[in-house]
Design a protein around this ligand. Structure first.
Ligand SMILES: C[S@@+](CC[C@H](N)C(=O)[O-])C[C@H]1O[C@@H](n2cnc3c(N)ncnc32)[C@H](O)[C@@H]1O
Length: 371
């Protein structure tokens, strides 16, 4: 699968259904909520040097659903708070937001929600927010998206771990769909190389688009161990579900063997090294934030007193994976097996949750300034 193919088929499930991204993104929402303080420090730092009359912000990999608007709300709240703390008479403030994602993203759903969202902002912030415009920018963040030196802040949550393509040279990763303990050594090397190239290109593109001393804030999934061959990533369980369908004769073994996910969870030092070597940004902060994979914590944050049994929890986890990967899987294996893959995955996840009740996913949070 080449670059163009990934950009065309990686697309979160649209709509407001049991398996849509909008209804299955609590994990990502928790990351946004738990990293708010670091975003606040990033914006405060930016405003120490620049006080823009029109603050230009881009959110890359915005998807569509509540998280898209949560990010914008957080930015507005933080800037409002900065002005309030400066105890100046509130200046009026203009915000221009660019929401970027791949062409398959449900931009129509976003635009339908914009008027109600802007009304709500106006009610909450009164005259402070003189003007807020929200635009969509369709395209891959591995290419140029914005004019030269046009942005003050670039934000991206839970997106940069998606690679531009499946790495070359992973054909022998049989029965696996990502790096796994049983993967041959070349597979780990190929994934690491692809991330190195992609993330470095991402930084170079963004540096061209940002104003001098502009700031960038990223969250991406990382891993706990420097040695990638010792980690449990979670994708092993989806591979198990697909393998079961191979055993039942519903999926061809060769189709499973040729399927690999264009995703990479780096170790924190890899991220640090790529930022240093690429050289366009000064790294202000790199921090790890752990989030529960199966929503205990999210339920606390959202004050839901949900007491789900393990099979209900397994289904929630399977749905959250389906919301992200259904289109990608269907483009390779066909639509017919999708319901079975995820019904099986729900059970496998439930059994896994039973084994290890406290599984946390590491997220790498990076805040940097354009040199
Ligand atoms: C898991 S969603 C995260 C959405 C949202 N930021 C959040 O935190 O809930 C990842 C998003 O990144 C987008 N994405 C992946 N690769 C991309 C690329 N090369 N260019 C732009 N967007 C990309 C996907 O389409 C998807 O909408």
């Amino acid at each position: 699968m080449d670059v163009k193919e990934v950009a065309g088929v990686l697309c979160m499930n649209v709509g407001e259904t049991e398996t849509s991204y909008a209804n299955n993104s609590l994990f990502q929402k928790t990351i946004i909520l738990k990293t708010r303080e670091i975003l606040e420090d990033t914006i405060k730092d930016l405003f120490r040097n620049v006080q823009p009359t029109c603050f230009k912000v881009a959110d890359l990999g915005c998807s569509s659903g509540p998280n898209t608007f949560l990010t914008i709300s957080q930015v507005v709240d933080i800037v409002h708070e900065i002005y309030r703390q400066q105890s100046q008479k509130l200046k009026s403030f203009e915000l221009q937001v660019f929401l970027n994602d791949l062409p398959g993203n449900d931009f129509n759903a976003i635009f339908r929600s914009v008027p109600a969202f802007l009304e709500k902002l106006k009610r909450e912030k009164g005259d402070f927010l003189a003007n807020c415009s929200i635009a969509g920018v369709s395209g891959s963040f591995y290419g140029r998206l914005f004019p030269t030196r046009s942005l003050h802040l670039i934000h991206s949550s839970s997106s940069v771990h998606w690679l531009s393509k499946v790495p070359k040279g992973v054909e022998n990763n049989k029965w696996n769909i990502y790096m796994a303990k049983s993967s041959p050594p070349n597979v780990f090397k190929a994934y690491a190389k692809q991330f190195q190239e992609d993330f470095s290109l991402f930084l170079t593109m963004r540096a061209e688009e940002m104003k001098p001393r502009g700031h960038m804030f990223l969250t991406l999934i990382g891993r706990k161990n420097p040695d990638p061959s010792t980690e449990f990533y979670g994708w092993e369980l989806l591979a198990e579900s697909l393998s079961d369908l191979v055993s039942e004769g519903l999926v061809k073994e060769s189709d499973l063997d040729s399927f690999n996910i264009p995703y990479y969870a780096p170790y924190e030092e890899e991220v640090r090294k790529i930022i240093e070597e690429e050289g366009s940004f000064q790294l202000d902060r790199l921090q790890l934030v752990e989030v529960d994979w199966d929503f205990h914590e999210e339920d606390d944050i959202n004050n839901n007193d949900l007491k789900l049994d393990k099979y209900e929890r397994g289904k929630k986890v399977a749905n959250s994976i389906r919301a992200i990967l259904e289109n990608f899987l269907a483009s390779h294996f066909g639509d017919a097996i999708i319901d079975r893959v995820f019904a099986r995955l729900a059970i496998i996840e439930a059994e896994h949750l039973d084994l290890d009740d406290d599984e946390k996913v590491v997220n790498i949070v990076v805040s940097m300034t354009k040199k």
